[in-house]
Design a protein. Structure first.
Length: 381
């Protein structure tokens, strides 16, 4: 597995020579499985595109100061149609540095301090931080464990809110919402006159037999879709994302802002993203195969006291350590006893304590070491 592009070959020694924050931050001897970066080489198509641009011309692009960032909007529209049967209007696309910036811009122009924002919890920590920093009121919709999956009560999405912040596929549980679930959410958004901001950044990392359904295909006139190549193609440092502004009122509000207030996409970010979306699918297929194997290895190798529901998407496992009766947060326990660095559950808000988020996007040798360390730490008297 992982032979053509070598995505499954990284050794721990080679990983420790990396300079990114994932491997640079932990102490010596600690294996990082926290931040959402993958331990895989960059897709050759992306490397070639960035190298060609750098060698040819790094001057102002022809799409300078256009919010659609030239080829980025078209590449996004093409990918959505090819993979999901949805053809968004490229003229309604805006480029941002990342998903967090796009969310803050939209909340800034579409809401006021004190306005309610519904979101599933636990949730991606920067989104929770954004709501707190901007003075928006979170309306929590808890994800509840049920059998081998996660469910929620959609009726909690109600008139207290002005916005629904939908994260689908969900981070950290890995749920992929079904058409029926999304349809019920769409009904409630209509009933309560909600703007829906849908973060779909993990849509390319969905496992069979599950299918990602863009929320904009159900409720286009109320939906703003946020996405990026950064998660599926491991480009976190490239700083490029898109927002498809399906809601006309949001397009009007954005058009009323000063042209340069929110910055612009950078040239190499656009080149890398376009190359990923147009020429990176063979690499991505190999990566998803490795991730699928790793999520299944977790099910086979985790101690029975650790609760695990196999994610339907993403490379992130939401692990429940409540069965171990720990007197500390499990991330602290794993760091000290297993020398594995996972993301602490409390960062993800309600439903987080007693859990960790574990990144399993790594090579087999490294992942087997992680599993062995966790197993030994949980079974040592």
């Amino acid at each position: 597995m992982g032979e053509r592009f070598g995505v499954d070959r990284l050794s721990e020694a080679d990983a420790r020579r990396r300079t990114g924050v994932k491997w640079a931050q932990p102490e010596d001897g600690v294996i990082p499985a926290w931040i959402a970066d993958m331990d895989f080489p960059v897709a050759p198509a992306i490397v070639a595109a960035v190298r060609e641009r750098a060698e040819l011309d790094l001057g102002y692009p022809v799409w300078l100061d256009r919010p659609q960032a030239g080829p980025l909007a078209e590449a996004f529209a093409e990918r959505m149609e090819r993979r999901h049967g949805w053809r968004p209007d490229p003229e309604h696309v805006r480029a941002y540095s990342d998903i967090n910036q796009a969310l803050q811009v939209l909340l800034h122009v579409m809401t006021e301090p004190g306005d309610g924002v519904a979101l599933h919890v636990p949730n991606y920590p920067p989104f929770l931080e954004t709501l707190a920093q901007m003075g928006r009121t979170p309306v929590h919709v808890p994800m509840r464990p049920e059998g081998g999956t996660w469910t929620f009560d959609p009726e909690l999405i109600d008139g207290r809110c002005r916005v629904l912040l939908l994260v689908n596929p969900h981070n950290p549980t890995g749920r992929v919402l079904t058409r029926d679930e999304l349809g019920r959410i769409a009904e409630l958004a209509e009933r309560h006159d909600l703007l829906v901001i849908s973060d779909e950044i993990h849509a390319d990392l969905v496992y069979e037999p599950h299918r990602h359904i863009p929320f904009a295909t159900l409720l286009p006139e109320r939906t703003i879709t946020l996405t990026s190549a950064t998660k599926a193609f491991n480009l976190g440092g490239i700083r490029c994302s898109v927002a498809h502004i399906g809601a006309a009122r949001a397009r009007k509000a954005l058009a009323a802002q000063p042209a340069h207030l929110f910055g612009a996409a950078n040239l190499l970010g656009v080149e890398a993203t376009v190359a990923a979306w147009r020429h990176g699918d063979a690499w991505l297929e190999e990566v998803v195969g490795v991730l699928d194997r790793n999520r299944r290895l977790l099910a086979d190798r985790l101690p029975p006291e650790v609760g695990y529901r196999m994610p339907e998407a993403t490379y992130l496992a939401w692990l429940d350590f409540g069965g171990l009766g720990l007197d500390e947060e499990p991330a602290e326990f794993l760091y000290r006893e297993a020398r594995v660095m996972a993301s602490p559950g409390p960062l993800f808000g309600p439903g987080g304590p007693g859990h960790v988020r574990l990144n399993f996007a790594t090579s087999l040798p490294i992942f087997e070491e992680i599993l062995g360390r966790i197993g030994r730490a949980c079974t040592t008297p």
